[in-house]
Write a protein that binds this ligand. Structure first.
Ligand SMILES: Cc1cc2nc3c(=O)[nH]c(=O)nc-3n(C[C@H](O)[C@H](O)[C@H](O)COP(=O)(O)O)c2cc1C
Length: 374
């Protein structure tokens, strides 16, 4: 099979290394559904501090999700969230090396607006901008603002996303764009300034249609789950799918890291979170995911998994153990990177930067050539 190579973006995966990113906590509560978690208010001030620490730690990218409705409960999980693009513009100004990736919903923003937002982020960040493309999956977030197209189903939302991203890419590179689609009509549409180079694009669609969308249009895909063997299969499948389309795709996954001075201390912290599990916020999350009222309150695979209180896969341990677990993850899964979540970003990022990242860089070298470093 022909090997396709990545477009260089000044990140380690350009040359076979691993990219490390931080999932910025732009919504209150971070990614733990527990009354016992450290306070994360989701404010810009907290994110600014976290972004500076992420850059100092030497991570490659920071990314902010876009969220319009939280899950409530005792912890008011995600009820307050700052805007993804505006937040990343601020964080681009206070950082100078780390890539800054913002999220935009294709059902919410006109491609002409989105192209200009990211071109502006590109200018502010001096070429570090990236775009996380999301179709919008959760009806309640958009119906509340009259922005949920009832006649457009899940797969059609990806048809819409194809038109959207092709329009955005054309507006980034062409003087005039005319596109007569089902969802978007552009007529001699102009968008200036152009970004320095095409901004990095990533999508986290996990359905067959969503994954195919990434293979066709994105620089990277976020794979779900934390099991290294399953990630290995998913990563190989995504790369094979992209190769079939004569493209290369980077594969990422997510991980929450719970540090302790010892493994026992880290596990005790995770257990403490589990004991404070916010049942009401779980119900809010299930409603958002489309569970029907009579399913809420019953036990199923979803609730069993959620009861860990972690909304994303997690590992616990001393810094040394975390190095070992992540080395094992990459050795098995052969993915291109990891987006990190911490219960407490301010305490954990310096530990990650000093005691974990150097060992992982050594284990998986990927030199970034100066010519593409923005
Ligand atoms: C890393 C990651 C980031 C995501 N960011 C967002 C986001 O900011 N906003 C959103 O509505 N959905 C977000 N999602 C959900 C996905 O975009 C996607 O809708 C979901 O994984 C379901 O896949 P599907 O659309 O193919 O069914 C994210 C998912 C992951 C794993």
């Amino acid at each position: 099979m022909t090997q396709f190579t990545p477009t260089p973006y000044g990140i380690p995966s350009d040359n076979g290394g691993k990219d490390f990113g931080v999932f910025m906590p732009i919504a209150n509560g971070g990614w733990i559904l527990s009354e016992n978690k450290p306070e994360i208010d989701g404010s810009y001030a907290y994110n600014r501090q976290a972004a500076l620490l992420a850059e100092e730690a030497g991570v490659d990218f920071i990314m902010a999700m876009a969220k319009y409705r939280g899950y409530g409960g005792k912890t008011h999980q995600w009820d307050s969230s700052i805007d993804s693009v505006v937040a990343m513009a601020g964080l681009a100004e206070v950082t100078s090396k780390v890539k800054v990736w913002a999220t935009i919903h294709t059902i919410l923003q006109n491609p002409g607006v989105a192209a200009k937002m990211i071109a502006t982020l590109d200018q502010i960040s001096n070429g570090r901008a990236g775009l996380n493309v999301v179709t919008g999956s959760y009806r309640g977030e958009f119906a509340q603002m009259g922005a949920w197209p009832e006649d457009v189903d899940h797969d059609q939302r990806y048809d819409l996303a194809y038109e959207w991203i092709r329009a955005v890419k054309a507006l980034w590179s062409e003087d005039s764009v005319t596109q007569n689609g089902t969802y978007f009509q552009l007529d001699d549409c102009e968008s200036w300034p152009k970004p320095k180079k095409k901004p990095f694009t990533v999508c986290a669609g996990t359905s067959a249609k969503g994954m195919r969308f990434s293979s066709n249009e994105m620089d990277a895909i976020f794979l779900s789950g934390g099991d290294p063997k399953k990630l290995a299969e998913a990563s190989a499948a995504a790369k094979a799918d992209a190769a079939e389309l004569e493209r290369y795709i980077r594969t990422y996954s997510m991980m929450t890291i719970v540090f302790g001075k010892t493994d026992a201390e880290a596990e005790a912290t995770a257990q403490h979170f589990r004991e404070g599990f916010d049942e009401e916020a779980l119900h809010g999350m299930m409603r958002a995911y489309g569970f029907l009222d009579d399913e809420i309150g019953k036990e199923n695979d979803f609730t069993k998994k959620a009861r860990s209180s972690f909304m994303a896969p997690h590992i616990t341990g001393s810094p040394q153990t975390i190095v070992e677990k992540l080395t094992e993850l990459f050795a098995t899964a052969d993915t291109d990177g990891l987006m990190l979540i911490f219960p407490d970003y301010i305490k954990s990022l310096p530990i990650f930067g000093q005691e974990v990242l150097p060992a992982l860089r050594e284990a998986f070298p990927g030199k970034v050539p100066a010519s593409v470093d923005a």
